[in-house]
Design a binder for this molecule. Structure first.
Ligand SMILES: CC(C)(COP(=O)(O)OP(=O)(O)OC[C@H]1O[C@@H](n2cnc3c(N)ncnc32)[C@H](O)[C@@H]1OP(=O)(O)O)[C@@H](O)C(=O)NCCC(=O)NCCS
Length: 380
């Protein structure tokens, strides 16, 4: 075949560099993750989710005034059209929150004042709006499905605190707000992961931001990607139900050639730097709430898998126990991932459109050889 840079792509595009990007730096050998060059550790220790959003969208840290303005804009956008609430009320109460999020985000485009625009400024507005709205959707649907009153947003609160308020109906403790804020920073972006790639492919057709984010949400749902955090906790629940020892349980899974969710990574060959923080958060939150069971299960499983399979815990492993200890339902773990990752997805869509070209790779054909004769129906 002519015009091809490679005739055979590695399975799963492993190691293939598919774009240039100035958003996220990863060194998989050293366990480095940085947004716009700033280490995730510094951001987790010193930044806020709002400031991280600014960094991702505008390419640099904000001044005090710029941060105040973005924080105000994010709070101001805590608004959903009445039809969006009606849509959430009309879906089956047992619908998966991740499916509801995908459908509702798609519907948000009908009410977006910039719906018809696809320029840089309009997409920044959409990024801010979607970040506020996605958190509201995830919290509100949880209330609706439990037949509880939807909670009005509080525009004086941080993104993390407002989300927990709208989810639980009460203002969170400072510890819970801080823990979620850090988790949101840690999940905000991760280079060309599957859902971000999906968002960029969609955006590159000159479709629109809502279509790109809908693609990304559908992609994040899978258990090999964002859905892994829910799968981790299902294991903890199964361990409890069966009264098994956590190590014996995962040993049996491995004997059946099953994968252990929350372990392994395509890019990191050492500890996932996000796991370092989430492990500590899971331990601290467990201790402060007096519920150390999930952390203890996690620690026992991690030690065993590391020693026996040489696999490291990834971002999803300790986020499972962290989110549960924050009182978040298991089927909300992946939607909470999206509450954060919307910042990275939108930053990538904006970057893609700033220097766009249609993303259209080739496939290595392995089918029947050409020309293959057409046999009329009556002759088959
Ligand atoms: C993340 C993941 C999809 C990366 O996949 P990948 O780069 O395609 O890695 P591979 O599937 O080629 O795995 C390499 C080897 O490690 C093993 N492995 C990888 N992750 C494993 C896991 N979680 N449990 C058990 N074995 C695992 C594979 O079986 C394979 O072994 P083999 O060569 O003997 O067949 C994979 O590690 C996985 O399925 N993890 C669990 C799901 C998860 O946590 N996803 C969230 C990622 S942030």
């Amino acid at each position: 075949m002519s015009g091809l840079t490679t005739a055979h792509a590695p399975k799963g595009l492993e190691g293939v560099v598919a774009t240039t990007s100035s958003i996220c730096f990863i060194d998989g050998e050293q366990g480095v993750l940085a947004y716009r060059g700033i280490s995730i550790h510094e951001l987790a220790d010193q930044s806020s989710f709002e400031e991280t959003c600014y960094l991702l969208w505008y390419g640099r840290l904000p001044t005090r005034g710029e941060l105040k303005e973005l924080t105000r804009r994010l709070a101001e956008e805590r608004h959903l059209d009445a039809s969006i609430y009606q849509l959430m009320q009309s879906v089956p109460k047992n619908a998966l929150p991740m499916d509801v999020l995908r459908t509702v985000v798609s519907a948000l485009s009908f009410y977006d004042p910039d719906e018809k625009k696809n320029d840089h400024e309009a997409n920044l507005h959409k990024a801010i709006r979607l970040t506020s709205q996605i958190a509201m959707i995830v919290a509100s649907f949880d209330r609706i499905r439990k037949s509880k009153e939807v909670v009005e947003p509080d525009r004086s609160l941080s993104h993390a605190a407002n989300f927990l308020l709208m989810l639980n109906g009460e203002r969170p403790s400072q510890t819970a707000e801080k823990a979620l804020d850090i988790a949101l920073i840690l999940h905000a972006d991760h280079e060309l992961n599957a859902s971000t790639f999906a968002a960029r492919v969609t955006a590159a057709t000159l479709s629109d931001m809502h279509s790109a984010i809908t693609s990304a949400i559908g992609c994040l749902k899978g258990p090999l990607h964002g859905g892994a955090n829910e799968a981790v906790f299902h294991i903890f629940e199964a361990i409890d139900r069966s009264g098994s020892d956590p190590v014996a349980y995962v040993k049996a899974m491995l004997a059946e050639k099953k994968r252990i969710p929350g372990f392994g990574h395509r890019v990191y060959h050492t500890e996932d730097p996000r796991a370092t923080h989430l492990r500590q958060m899971s331990r601290d939150l467990g201790r402060s709430s007096g519920q150390t069971k999930w952390f203890e299960y996690s620690q026992a499983i991690e030690e065993f898998i590391k020693a026996n399979k040489k696999l490291n815990a990834n971002v999803d492993f300790y986020s499972a126990s962290t989110y549960r200890t924050l009182g978040i339902d298991v089927d909300q773990f992946t939607p909470v991932f999206a509450v954060s990752r919307i910042s990275g997805w939108t930053a990538h869509v904006i970057e893609q459109l700033n220097d766009n070209r249609l993303i259209r790779p080739r496939a290595e054909y392995t089918g029947a050889s050409y020309p293959n004769r057409y046999i009329p129906l009556e002759a088959r």
